[in-house]
Ligand binder design. Structure first.
Ligand code: SF4
Ligand code: SF4
Length: 86
């Protein structure tokens, strides 16, 4: 997910031009500064590389990666210090 603080965007389009997978586009509405803030074309096009967040000069973008599924812990034969083997 990309969170866009729309009114912070000045419409420089750095994020759109630098996205390595071309996942961003201008939205169809104007913000309070009179420019079109970016939006994702499709959610699954973004690979969460965070380049747009790093490059935005106005800190208007925040990349929020989808939570990874919890992986089950591997069984081990080691016994924790002071603990019991399960
Ligand atoms: S880099 Fe930041 S200021 Fe420039 S268009 Fe993208 S969100 Fe707006
Ligand atoms: S996080 Fe990377 S892939 Fe996703 S929109 Fe930003 S620059 Fe593009």
């Amino acid at each position: 997910m990309i969170e866009v603080k729309e009114d912070w965007c000045k419409g420089c389009n750095i994020c759109i031009e630098r996205c390595p997978v071309n996942a961003l586009e201008e939205s169809d509405h104007l913000n309070r500064r009179g420019v079109r803030p970016p939006q994702l074309k499709q959610q699954n096009e973004c690979n969460y590389c965070r380049l747009c967040e790093l490059l935005c000069p106005d800190l208007a973008l925040t990349v929020i990666p989808e939570k990874e599924e919890k992986k089950p812990m591997k069984k081990t034969n080691l016994i924790p210090v002071g603990g019991k083997r399960r």
